[in-house]
Design a binder for this molecule. Structure first.
Ligand code: ADP
Length: 291
């Protein structure tokens, strides 16, 4: 079985600065004087559930003002990745520092300082959207609490449902409440796991525009999704993962082999190949012992 201590084969997933590269896993480091402390830093971070390796050790750095996306098919390890970075899961190996906070030592402090929109979580069933947003606004110590809550109920078209218990909302409405609860405090660093899965195209666009403006205003975003369109439209840098491994990382243009290649072609080239490899290894009874 694959071990988690593959030091020499750890993928370097932080190409920087943001420019095209021939070698997708590594781009030249920042030149002297440009070095800044990353907001997200994971070193040899890996996760195992029992014998199953959900995420092989990897390194990642995300700097202020970046829109970083992790893409991969279902079961690739995207949620595991984001849960590790947000202190929701403890790593089996490695160090994680977010906004200078150690994720393993201080997960509560970490969560208090970031915004998270988890993949499948809903707002509390027996609170209404208005009550939940008031609760979050109070917890986050926001000024103009009522005004803020009303703004986000309006923004997401939730006024009609403001007093309906969240358990009686549609999936999309619940997702809007979760997004509103993250947007309301304009977090410096925002983590989003499949943020638009249940949203209609109008609200997908509205949220995309809000997120891009948030980055322009100095925010930083780390997003996981299987929807490649989001990478093309939003991300400065991205990583493609499958079977818990980083297959490639870089800028959207840097990952393309030529100008005519689409991101979907890149995805199929990388992920398709890794699926074929897994199937062949399976047939041949080969394991990943070199790792
Ligand atoms: P993704 O978000 O890319 O769909 P996940 O990170 O949710 O993928 O899962 C990656 C792999 O880890 C999957 O094969 C999944 O079945 C497995 N996995 C996730 N959570 C657990 C768990 N708590 N116990 C065992 N296996 C898990």
């Amino acid at each position: 079985m694959v071990g988690l201590h593959g030091g020499s084969r750890v993928h370097r997933c932080f190409p920087y600065p943001l420019q095209a590269s021939n070698e997708n896993h590594r781009v030249a480091p920042p030149s002297m004087g440009e070095e800044r402390k990353p907001l997200v830093r994971a070193v040899d971070m890996g996760k195992r559930y029992g014998d199953f390796v959900a995420l092989h050790p990897l390194n990642v750095e995300v700097h202020s003002g970046e829109f970083f996306g992790v893409f991969g098919p279902n079961g690739a390890g995207k949620s595991t990745f984001i849960k590790l970075l947000t202190g929701q899961l403890r790593p089996s190996i490695g160090q994680i520092e977010i906004l200078g906070i150690d994720a393993e030592d201080s997960p509560q402090k970490l969560k208090a300082n970031i915004g998270i929109v988890p993949e499948s979580e809903s707002p509390p069933s027996f609170l209404t959207p208005a009550e939940f947003l008031q609760f979050v606004a109070r917890l986050r110590g926001l000024d103009n609490l009522e005004q803020n809550v009303e703004h986000w109920l309006d923004w997401f078209g939730l006024q009609e449902k403001r007093d309906t218990m969240c358990k009686d909302l549609s999936k999309g409405q619940r997702q809007k409440v979760m997004l509103a609860s993250a947007f309301i405090h304009k977090p410096k660093l925002l983590f989003l796991d499949e943020p638009f899965a249940n949203l209609d195209p109008i609200y997908q666009r509205k949220c995309r525009e809000w997120l891009l403006d948030h980055v322009k205003d100095g925010g930083t975003i780390f997003l996981c999704s299987h929807v490649l369109e989001m990478a093309e439209r939003m991300c400065n840098r991205m990583a493609i993962i499958n079977n818990g491994k980083v297959l490639a990382a870089g800028t959207v243009t840097g990952l393309k082999e030529n100008e005519s290649e689409t991101l979907e072609d890149v995805f199929i080239r990388l992920v398709g190949h890794s699926i074929e490899e897994a199937e062949r290894n399976n047939e041949e009874g080969v394991s990943n012992e070199e790792e």
